[in-house]
Design a protein around this ligand. Structure first.
Ligand code: PEP
Length: 228
């Protein structure tokens, strides 16, 4: 069984969500599918057959934090997963390794499974070991059995460019050594139904985090249905 996570980012409408739910509910997949729609659409997923996640949460459960999403409330409305530290949140919203770590902690305390994103930018490709170690430093003394990590090279997100099988396996071996053998690791960056199988076959890859292709229902179905 593989973990297949859909990150819709700030896309989708009520009508699209309803159609997606109707069609995906007909898919009989042995994989663990997690759909992360925009927070405003989560309520539409009440009768969804698979799992729901949020794309972000705040590090506090309540208080004067206008516009933020409480991990406690996300849990209450049916989320079981939450993405934290996506590269777009780091780049556009100024999230740091410290703020990502606080969100991870809040997610764990609320029994949400955090999906922590890490990855190097295009100009950091040669130093990926240092970049990933830096992004993960705060996690190294923690219990990580309930955490999923997603390796998403920033240069691969939305670009159609994916790393070779060899480089995915090199990075994932490094991450397993750093984070422990029990940790589940996803790959994210330009995954589609053409390349998904090849990536899922890479050693130590437990699943995929999918952006653009998760908004194409037929594409997402094909990936969900891949036999493991
Ligand atoms: C993402 O945003 O996490 C992502 C992997 O996007 P895409 O699949 O579109 O590259």
């Amino acid at each position: 069984m593989k973990i297949i996570v859909a990150n819709w980012k700030m896309n989708g409408t009520v009508a699209f969500a309803d159609r997606f739910i109707e069609e995906i509910n007909l898919v009989d997949s042995k994989n663990l599918a997690v759909v992360c729609p925009p927070a405003a659409l989560i309520g539409r997923f009440r009768d969804f057959r698979y799992k729901i996640g949020a794309q972000n949460c705040f590090s506090e459960n309540e208080g004067a934090f206008t516009g933020e999403n409480s991990p406690k409330l996300l849990k209450e409305i049916g989320c079981e997963y939450v993405i934290v530290g996506h590269s777009e949140r780091r780049a556009i919203f100024g999230e740091t390794d410290e703020s990502v770590f606080k969100k991870w902690k809040a997610a764990i305390e609320n029994r949400l499974t955090p999906i922590v994103c890490v990855g190097e930018k295009a100009n950091e490709r040669e130093n990926w070991r240092e970049i990933l170690s830096g992004q993960l430093k705060l996690f190294l003394n923690e219990t990580l059995s309930e955490t999923i990590f997603a390796y998403e090279p920033v240069w691969s997100i939305g670009t159609g460019v994916i790393p070779t099988k060899e480089s995915i396996e090199t990075v994932f071996e490094f991450l397993k050594e750093l984070l422990g053998n029990q940790t589940r690791l996803l790959y994210g960056g330009s995954v589609n139904s053409q390349n998904a199988e090849q990536i899922l076959n890479c050693k130590n890859v437990s699943g995929l985090l999918i952006g653009g292709a998760s908004l194409k229902i037929d594409e997402f179905k094909k990936i969900m249905e891949m036999k493991r």
